[in-house]
Design a protein around this ligand. Structure first.
Ligand SMILES: Cc1ncc(COP(=O)(O)O)c(C=O)c1O
Length: 398
């Protein structure tokens, strides 16, 4: 095995899921609050469109950049929901946000060059950078930074080639973020772009949790897309979360003009094409009827968050940042002072093994204060969440 592959860490959320499944196979009832995907199955109209595409025989490769009609549908979505006009040529369909992360890493990063990202953050990000032999420069962020990179942090951590080592070439942020649900305000996003641009680097914004924002009214978005501010940043998005299509493996990126040729070359070689039937299915995501269903599901996620968050606080969990969107609450367990395991790994282990509640330990998202942190995903029904709350109240409120 290559050293490169050896250096990649396994994705612990998946391991936690495997352990929870193993316990279920032994007949245990497990409440899944670790899963980073919507518990709803894909909207019926999308499934029907997928079946119809297969029945029509849409089983061949499609264009490496994706179906033109789907790229145009995404352009329409940015126009209706964000009020921005983008050229469909700048939209590339990818195999999930994961495919977009791989393409952008391969496009931007040479050996030993740095990419700034937050700790805590989405764990796979560092591994994409490692795969292309770059260096992920993890920037510890806490409530004092709103759990996000700021322009000041960019200037503080940016490495320049004149200092004698390979430079930082990009900053990667997610807004709203995993695991904190923290979103960058319009002003913060603008300042971040300016700082990265002045350093001569590229800003990549992972907007995968857009649509699952908790302060939107109708189609009025509460969370800003970087596309509203500039056409010179990279945007990553996906059909996985708000659109509820995790298993179909479909996402997209929007890139600056200069990057398109390089990205297309990489996509041709790495993927040839995305799943053609999944793309035909995804065209149904944007109809008014599907959007209404997806928005109702978003409202349900918000209801769950509104029940879970105060209940956790009442039990003694500290929530350092109330999520603006996403599927998660990042909670501090230090209030329990080691009464229930010495650190968050042990805490999660005991909660799963002894009480059948599956969470994700903070260590999955980085090192910074992670021994005190756990992630609750509200990706199970309100009924099951209420059941978990009652169980935890009996454990922690004695
Ligand atoms: C922040 C973030 N980015 C990217 C992904 C990858 O998503 P997908 O490849 O399913 O689109 C995830 C999945 O949880 C995520 O949380």
């Amino acid at each position: 095995m290559s050293q490169r592959a050896g250096a990649i860490q396994s994705f612990q959320v998946v391991e936690m899921l495997a352990r929870a499944k193993a316990l279920e196979a032994q007949g245990r009832d497990i409440i899944h609050m670790q899963a980073g995907e919507p518990d709803f199955t894909t909207a019926p109209a999308i499934i029907e469109a997928g079946i119809a595409a297969l029945t029509r025989g849409e089983t061949q490769y499609s264009d490496a950049n994706g179906l033109w009609s789907l790229r145009q549908a995404i352009v329409d979505y940015y126009r209706s929901d964000y009020g921005v006009e983008i050229d469909p040529k700048r939209v590339m369909i990818t195999p999930g946000a994961s495919g977009a992360l791989l393409l952008i890493s391969a496009l931007l990063v040479d050996r030993d060059q740095g990419v700034l990202m937050t700790d805590p953050g989405y764990p796979c990000n560092s591994n994409f950078i490692r795969l292309v032999e770059g260096e992920s420069q993890l920037v510890p962020v806490g409530p004092e930074h709103g759990f996000q990179l700021t322009d000041d942090l960019v200037n503080q951590y940016w490495r320049r080639s004149q200092d004698g080592h390979p430079p930082t070439v990009a900053a990667l942020v997610a807004s709203p973020a995993n695991p904190t649900g923290a979103a960058l305000s319009r002003e913060a996003l603008g300042a971040l772009f300016k700082a990265v641009d002045q350093q001569g680097g590229q800003l990549v914004v992972d907007e995968i949790y857009h649509g699952l924002d908790f302060r939107s009214v109708g189609t009025q978005r509460a969370i800003t897309s970087i596309l509203e501010l500039t056409d010179q940043a990279f945007v990553i998005n996906s059909f996985s979360k708000y659109f509820g299509m995790t298993g179909w493996r479909l996402g997209w990126l929007v890139a600056p003009e200069w990057a398109l040729q390089g990205l297309e070359k990489l996509a041709q070689n790495l993927f040839i094409s995305m799943s053609t039937m999944a793309q035909y299915a995804a065209l149904q995501c944007f109809t008014p009827a599907t959007r209404a269903l997806l928005d109702a599901r978003r409202d349900e996620f918000q209801r769950r968050c509104d029940v879970l968050l105060p209940a956790l606080e009442a039990m003694g969990f500290i929530i350092p940042h109330y999520p603006e969107g996403g599927l998660y609450i990042y909670a501090d367990i230090s209030g329990f002072n080691g009464r229930f395991g010495t650190d968050s790994q042990a805490f999660c282990h005991r909660l799963l093994e002894e009480h059948g509640i599956a969470l994700t330990p903070g260590a999955d998202f980085g090192d910074y204060r992670s021994e005190n942190m756990v992630r609750f995903a509200f990706t199970t029904s309100l009924e099951r969440i209420t059941f978990a709350i009652e169980k935890m109240q009996r454990i922690f409120m004695v």
